[in-house]
Design a protein around this ligand. Structure first.
Ligand code: GLY
Length: 390
């Protein structure tokens, strides 16, 4: 059974409130820049530039706007969130940069949220179209959702662990339409993912290439981690939160078992302040950057599982999440708006190593999903009845 760290402080209710207030105030200041434009995936020297609605990360900023609306009930957030939701409807209708699997990352925090909180039919329509787009990437030979590239291309016949966060859009679409096809696709994908992506020790492969002829795994590899055989911190974080979310929708004990394995591995590789280095091959000291976003994502996963687990286990998950958030709020969050327009510093999007294939971007910066999941985790603590967008 997992244990909270014996010697680490936990964030208190007052500190949660204060951290959320600070985050919401920063979101409020950013509305002028990011209502009719989107926010770049990561900051540049601490400052997010605007971008068009064409990145995989554009859904996180609207998610922060909706969380701010939930925290304050101020109309200004609702109006901005609805403007952004219209932009997401346009994006999916016009198929702007949607030939990849990140439909859940894009449409859960921007449009499922807008529909939940305002009943917007356009937001619902956008999210359902995005679910159809995601379905179109399912590969029956191997039973997985292809992450990137032209469908069926032999050099991209693969899925990535991150896709676990795209599956809730499919569960939601099944609930909305009454058609099981979306959920069935999600279940096929997660079955493949849990079979191949988790190694014996509970660590994970970032990407898994499949054999287009046999439908079996051909090899595990990395794109954004240090090495094919190391453990990219955010991939592990997606596995923690992703298994918890699929467990909520299905109560399949296999997902619970997977959640335990990947979370145990993650907890055993943390440095003193509970915020991982960008790859968990690095455990302490040195000059490698952290990925603070992984800590926020894992805190969300622990708090999701805390709602589903027996009471003693739930307490442990909540304590662990409070310990991680204490560290993030005290030492990583932005408290002075003159220094950055982000919420949490020291995230790492993609760091180049001699062995990986990524384009270096956003190293030791604020990252859009890091800000969003930090706010989500705080919201989960502040308002235990909060209804997730996932
Ligand atoms: N899903 C891509 C990333 O986490 O960087």
């Amino acid at each position: 059974m997992m244990q909270a760290f014996p010697d680490k402080p936990e964030i208190s209710a007052e500190e949660v409130q204060a951290a959320l207030d600070t985050a919401v105030s920063q979101v409020s200041s950013n509305l002028a820049d990011f209502t009719y434009r989107c926010q770049n995936h990561s900051s540049v020297n601490g400052w997010y530039p605007p971008c068009e609605n064409n990145q995989w990360t554009c859904g996180f900023w609207p998610g922060e706007v909706w969380l701010s609306f939930e925290h304050t009930h101020k109309d200004i957030f609702k109006q901005a969130g609805l403007v952004l939701a219209e932009s997401f409807l346009g994006r999916i209708i016009n198929k702007v940069e949607v030939d990849h699997h990140d439909m859940g990352f894009l449409y859960c925090p921007s449009c499922v949220s807008a529909w939940m909180l305002t009943g917007s039919e356009n937001a619902r329509k956008a999210a359902l179209l995005a679910a159809d787009q995601l379905m179109s990437r399912f590969q029956p030979v191997g039973a997985f959702i292809q992450a990137w590239g032209a469908l069926g291309a032999p050099d991209n016949y693969r899925y990535i662990i991150d896709c676990l966060l795209n599956l809730p859009l499919l569960y939601w679409a099944s609930e909305q339409t009454g058609s099981r096809k979306y959920a069935e696709t999600a279940l096929s994908h997660i079955k493949t993912c849990l079979r191949y992506s988790i190694r014996e020790d509970g660590s994970t492969y970032h990407t898994v290439f499949m054999d287009p002829h046999t439908g079996l795994m051909s090899r595990g590899a990395t794109c954004q981690g240090y090495h094919d055989d190391s453990n990219w911190a955010r991939g592990q974080a997606w596995a923690v939160y992703g298994t918890a979310l699929s467990y909520r929708y299905t109560r399949n004990p296999e997902y619970l078992k997977a959640f335990h394995r990947v979370t145990e591995f993650y907890l055993n590789r943390l440095p003193e302040d509970l915020v991982p280095y960008w790859d968990m091959i690095f455990m302490s000291g040195g000059s490698e950057p952290r990925d603070s976003s992984s800590a926020s994502i894992v805190a969300c996963g622990l708090l999701e599982m805390a709602k589903l687990a027996p009471i003693e286990e739930a307490k442990t998950y909540e304590s662990l999440a409070r310990q991680m958030l204490k560290s993030l709020a005290d030492h990583y969050s932005i408290k002075d708006a003159r220094l950055s327009n982000g919420l949490v510093a020291h995230g790492t999007y993609s760091k180049k190593s001699p062995y990986n294939t990524c384009t270096p971007e956003g190293v030791d910066e604020c990252v859009s999903w890091g800000d969003y999941f930090y706010m989500e985790a705080l919201t989960r603590l502040h308002k235990p009845q909060w209804k997730p967008y996932w």
